[in-house]
Design a protein around this ligand. Structure first.
Ligand code: BT5
Length: 261
């Protein structure tokens, strides 16, 4: 990639509508979430946004690797909710709606959400989201990390993920990355500021890749059964019915699911 291809802060600000944000863009970092968590404990303010064009140590839940080569867009946003009992599951789900809508708008595609917060395009993962909480003194904060396979990487998707992942666009363009990044951030702040009315739930359910489907439920990586995904409740828990008729409400951070073929 030549320097003229480098996405800059100015490129993003040109498209960004949300005001009063503190955006930094880096060519390569370890992990935008890691850096922003370190900044958060040192009092970085809400609205601090770190964008990277690649990560050497991008991670997902349970420290799983998130492949983050040049071509994708990797960003983290710092939130400092004022509410007591702020619900991180709702935030994560609302962010999924924000990102899915942003991708659909910019790419003119129709993405789905795999509970809780993977974004799928044609049944393959195009984006992963990781919300991590922490404390700064008595105050809690959340770092929302988003990784999107936006444009092709030099060597294509890694062998480890090429069967389950996909890329949004066929060619590289800084304008695509800038527009996508700005829409994601704008939508994220919209959903964050409207979280309490739970308006996002309607779209969340409409975009669900799992409702009505047969799913394999994994708890800590272990298969605990096949079930039908019946409902997503107002707390974003997934109601499933196992083959033996047993019903269970799944909580996001306890399980992960595989959609059966
Ligand atoms: C996630 O975790 O999908 C959340 C990923 C969050 C990444 C962002 S990038 C910016 C910020 N900084 C970070 O360090 N992280 C955040 P999880 O649901 O645990 O899924 C991880 C799994 O997704 C891996 O085990 C792979 O199977 C798959 N995967 C890894 N890289 C991928 C990629 N680039 N595209 C699609 N799938 C991928």
């Amino acid at each position: 990639m030549s320097n003229t291809d480098m996405l800059t802060k100015a490129d993003i600000l040109k498209h960004l509508k949300t005001e009063n944000l503190d955006v930094s863009v880096f060519k390569s970092v370890t992990s935008t979430n890691k850096i922003l968590k370190e900044m958060a404990v040192k009092n970085a303010r809400e609205g601090t946004v770190i964008v990277a064009l690649s990560q050497t140590d991008g991670h997902g839940r349970y420290d799983r690797k998130f492949y983050s080569d040049f071509g994708g867009i990797y960003l983290s946003v710092l939130l400092r909710p004022k509410l007591l009992n702020f619900d991180a599951t709702l935030l994560t789900s609302a962010v999924a709606v924000a990102v899915s809508n942003a991708i659909d708008e910019v790419a003119k595609r129709s993405t789905k959400i795999k509970w809780v917060n993977d974004i799928l395009l044609d049944n393959k993962k195009v984006c992963g989201i990781l919300c991590e909480g922490g404390f700064c003194g008595d105050d809690s904060f959340f770092v929302v990390g988003i990784g999107i396979n936006a444009c092709p990487t030099k060597n294509g998707l890694d062998d480890q993920i090429k069967d389950i992942a996909t890329t949004l666009f066929n060619t590289y363009s800084t304008d695509i990355l800038a527009t996508l990044c700005a829409r994601v951030i704008d939508n994220l702040f919209y959903e964050y500021n409207h979280l309490q009315n739970r308006e996002f739930l309607t779209t969340y359910r409409q975009k669900s890749a799992v409702l009505g489907k047969e799913i394999t439920v994994l708890s800590m990586g272990e298969n605990i059964g096949t079930a039908i995904a019946v409902e997503i409740d107002d707390e974003c828990r997934l109601l499933v019915e196992f083959e033996n008729g047993e019903k269970k409400k799944l909580i996001s951070d306890e399980i992960s699911i595989k959609i059966a073929n």
